[in-house]
Design a protein around this ligand. Structure first.
Ligand SMILES: Cc1cc2nc3c(=O)[nH]c(=O)nc-3n(C[C@H](O)[C@H](O)[C@H](O)COP(=O)(O)OP(=O)(O)OC[C@H]3O[C@@H](n4cnc5c(N)ncnc54)[C@H](O)[C@@H]3O)c2cc1C
Ligand code: SF4
Ligand code: SF4
Length: 406
């Protein structure tokens, strides 16, 4: 079994960097970009107040987990975009934004699943080329430099939360971006990986890693992996090999990340708050700002809308999962004795969790809470000096509510 040295020797003290691309471009000095790096500014900070005129209200359970919004709902594309990750709502928004002249270019990604490249798309064909997930750290914001150099001033940016934070901070700090009209579509994001680590994980979890086309952590408590030829491999979360959660597999950046649902985007497009859809077509949307409303209007006629669904209560499920989730951080040595659960037992547990566990937005809340608490413990345990800068106030409130003392 090949084990990259970086996985075998986690370097927690290395400064976190998600390779968002902001300081990797050359249109302005890297030092200016580094001032806006989310790992230097911390998560949320004053941005929520700047964008919404207030901070999120921690007494409002939905705001605490999902951020400030105008409305949330589920949506299905009437005609899904072929080759998109889900129904292609993001790609459709981007296509319409170009077609209608709302923007001159889209900051997105081209390249392959394991080798993403920042791209400035200015045509429909270039927008379409960006569809589908690149489930690895991706330098999207390098394309912001390209846009600036080319003189484009009306942009749509598609990004993960770390991209969106750096973008918002940069806009507040960098006069060049202050001149730009920015529209921001965010994806929810957690547990992303360095490309070499993703290859290693895929070799550990899949029977046919060489034919994998895309994957998703689904609401039925299984990882669904789509292969070339149409086969879907389903692996219960509970059956993932213990090696995959060992310290150092996920990068410091994603273990120090505190904005899973992309709270600073104008509109967030994901899936995990929607009911499980076997065909990967029901998506979950959070419209946050007036600009987000304008972006949604672009595709209003292309989607069917459904109200959110909610079943059960995330809180007891989070409590029940905390021990196992925090163990690799607090007692990594215990992983040596942890055995991979046989698939019959894992599938049974999935069925039970599916039948009894939280669904709809309670499932999303479960996932947001468990990742936030895990990351809080990671930062507190491994890099306590970064706690003050990185961790926003509502995460401390959440940790208190769960009685976390790590
Ligand atoms: C690492 C990762 C983790 C995710 N985790 C969740 C989750 O836990 N819950 C959830 O609901 N949704 C999650 N998503 C988002 C989800 O998988 C879909 O991307 C989203 O629902 C949009 O689907 P779509 O069909 O509209 O996208 P498409 O129309 O296919 O467009 C996808 C867009 O996403 C952009 N993109 C792809 N990869 C990246 C990347 N690595 N960084 C930044 N931008 C990227 C592309 O540029 C493209 O514009 C995650 C995405 C990624 C990349
Ligand atoms: S996260 Fe982005 S801005 Fe920060 S150091 Fe990495 S590439 Fe640069
Ligand atoms: S998990 Fe957080 S830090 Fe990592 S890529 Fe996603 S948004 Fe960026």
């Amino acid at each position: 079994m090949d084990t990259p040295v970086r996985i075998a020797n986690p370097r927690f003290n290395e400064p976190p960097c998600s390779r968002c691309g902001l300081c990797m471009g050359d249109a302005w000095p890297a030092e200016e970009s580094l001032r806006s790096c989310v790992f230097n500014t911390g998560w949320l900070g004053s941005h929520e107040e700047r964008l919404f005129g207030r901070k999120r209200n921690p007494q409002d359970n939905d705001e605490l987990a999902f951020g400030i919004s105008r409305r949330r709902f589920n949506a299905r594309m009437r005609q899904p975009v072929d080759g998109a990750q889900w129904g292609g709502i993001i790609t459709k928004i981007a296509m319409r934004a170009i077609e209608t002249g709302l923007v001159e270019g889209v900051v997105t990604l081209h390249g392959s699943m394991l080798q993403p490249k920042a791209a400035l798309a200015t045509t429909i064909a270039e927008v379409l080329e960006g569809r589908g997930n690149k489930p690895v750290l991706s330098p999207t914001l390098m394309a912001l430099h390209t846009a600036w150099r080319k003189g484009l001033r009306k942009l749509l940016v598609v990004g993960a939360p770390c991209h969106v934070h750096a973008l918002r901070a940069s806009r507040a700090d960098n006069p060049r971006l202050g001149e730009m009209e920015l529209h921001v579509v965010g994806i929810p994001c957690t547990d992303n990986l360095d490309a070499s680590h993703l290859r290693w994980v895929l070799r550990h979890i899949s029977r046919r890693p060489e034919t994998i086309e895309c994957m998703e952590f689904m609401q039925d408590y299984r990882v669904h992996i789509k292969h070339a030829g149409g086969r879907t491999e389903k692996i219960p979360f509970f059956c993932l090999p213990p090696d995959v959660v060992r310290p150092g597999v996920f990068p410091n950046s994603c273990m120090s990340c505190f904005d899973y649902t992309n709270g600073l985007a104008d509109i967030t497009v994901g899936y995990f708050g929607a009911p499980f859809s076997r065909d990967w077509k029901t998506q979950w949307m959070i419209v946050r700002t007036e600009t987000g409303e304008r972006l949604f209007e672009l595709i209003r006629d292309d989607v069917e809308l459904f109200p959110e669904e909610r079943r059960g209560d995330a809180h007891p499920s989070v409590k029940a999962s905390l021990g196992l989730t925090l163990e690799p951080i607090l007692r990594p040595e215990s992983l040596a004795g942890r055995k991979r659960m046989p698939s019959i037992a894992g599938n049974l547990l999935c069925l039970l969790s599916w039948m009894k566990g939280p669904r709809g937005i309670e499932f999303a809340r479960y996932s947001v809470h468990i990742h936030a608490l895990r990351n809080y413990c990671f930062v507190k345990h491994h890099t306590p000096d970064r706690l003050e800068t990185l961790v926003p106030e509502h995460i401390r409130i959440l940790a208190n509510r769960y009685g976390i003392d790590c």
